[in-house]
Design a protein around this ligand. Structure first.
Ligand code: URA
Length: 258
């Protein structure tokens, strides 16, 4: 036997409308419980065992938790509220009954994959330093990333914390020289003229970690985007600013890694 709830609450929680909307639907005779038309919004139903139908369609109990994949654009802070800045929660479907929050933080100027949920336990596990969940970032740097940097990242780097970072995986995708405007300084072999595109996979989530790791190697991150977190991958065709529920497969993969 599940926990009994009022019929109008059950209908509203199932997405049938506001409490006022669903009372009207009940009065119109559109709701059946266990095959019987009911007219009382206060009737108690057991969401696990009673069959509640609206207009002939069975309604399910509300999912316990929600899980959203957000393609975070730059310009939003990873917080639930902020008095001055736009927050990532503004990009998620409104649901006043849930305490949704972002799992971990991306900087205001960082783009890419962000998981939003109200499942505190899963979030805790994904963020736990012991779990070492892989996070892969695409970055553009000012300064030339060289093969020796791959080795340094593999050994862990000193970013000013008590401990070196855990070993990471660095891949150099592209390196090119930027044409300086003619009015600029004399053409010297200045590092600032070089740009690189990299993929960096890390297993921790320290504050500004990617930017600080690259800074430790003498390069400045000028663009940063998270491509994946554990088994979750930002789909290529998923536009910036969009938010959707995780698919069943994505959620299963995420929970499997527990
Ligand atoms: N590392 C950073 O430096 N910034 C982010 O937003 C995420 C990882």
């Amino acid at each position: 036997m599940g926990k009994a709830v009022r019929l109008d609450k059950f209908l509203a929680d199932s997405g049938a409308g506001t409490r006022t909307d669903v009372k009207k639907l009940i009065q119109k005779g559109m709701v059946q419980v266990n095959g019987e038309k009911v007219k009382k919004p206060e009737l108690k139903v057991d969401p696990e065992n009673d069959v509640v139908e609206l207009g002939g369609e069975r309604l399910g109990a509300r999912a316990e938790f929600m899980y959203y994949l957000l393609h975070k654009p730059a310009g939003y802070v990873s917080a639930t509220e902020d008095t001055r800045e736009k927050t990532v929660l503004e990009l998620v479907p409104k649901d006043s009954r849930r305490n949704l929050f972002p799992v971990g933080r991306l900087d205001k100027d960082t783009e890419g994959l962000l998981l939003i949920t109200d499942d505190g336990q899963l979030a805790h596990q994904l963020l736990s330093p012991k779990k070492h969940v892989d996070k892969t970032y695409f970055a553009v740097t000012e300064g030339k990333v060289v093969p020796e940097d791959i080795e340094k990242i593999r050994e862990g780097v000193d970013i000013g914390d008590e401990e070196l970072t855990l070993p990471g995986k660095l891949e150099i995708l592209k390196t090119w020289e930027v044409q300086m405007p003619s009015a600029s300084v004399k053409s010297t072999e200045s590092e600032a003229k070089w740009r690189s595109e990299i993929l960096l996979t890390i297993h921790e989530g320290r504050f500004h970690q990617v930017k600080r790791m690259m800074e430790a190697l003498g390069k400045t991150v000028i663009y940063l985007k998270r491509m994946s977190m554990g088994p979750l991958v930002l789909p290529e065709d998923f536009p910036k600013g969009q938010c959707r529920e995780l698919t069943k497969e994505e959620l299963a993969a995420l929970k499997e890694g527990r």
